[in-house]
Design a protein. Structure first.
Length: 140
């Protein structure tokens, strides 16, 4: 349980930080974000802060304890963002170096999500050993 917890927080912290740092230029519509998304990929200007705010909310959600269903949606949204970004870069005929980096955040997302579910499973199994009252309290 302890090893799973440590690995979960390492991967989740790295993934959330990466997503948050990539979201900040989008939220403030910095020139680098506008150049990359609008000029390079052809996305409309109004999309840039929208996707940035969505990434900030997703990064916060995966770090905050609880909210199991919301956390599932946040993981899904962040992965959709990463896959969409990778596809957009490839479709825009950018060089391999532009999209090869996307393997790292996708790998971190997979590891974070995997260890999130390992944590849930270990908590469920340990709460099954506890009293029925404690087990019912863990479900909320």
């Amino acid at each position: 349980m302890k090893k799973t917890n440590i690995l979960y927080w390492i991967f989740t912290g790295l993934f959330a930080t990466l997503m948050l740092m990539s979201a900040i230029p989008d939220v403030i519509s910095s020139p680098i974000a506008v150049t990359g998304m609008h000029d390079g990929l052809g996305y409309p200007l109004y999309f840039i802060p929208f996707i940035g705010v969505a990434k900030v909310l997703g990064a916060i959600t995966i770090v905050v304890p609880g909210f199991k269903r919301l956390k599932e949606w946040a993981y899904a949204g962040l992965v959709f963002d990463l896959i969409g970004a990778t596809y957009s870069i490839i479709a825009a005929h950018q060089p391999v170096g532009s999209w090869a980096f996307m393997v790292l955040p996708l790998l971190l997302a997979g590891l974070s999500y995997s260890f999130y579910h390992k944590r849930l499973a270990s908590r469920t199994s340990s709460s099954a050993d506890a009293s029925p009252v404690a087990s019912a309290a863990m479900q909320f």
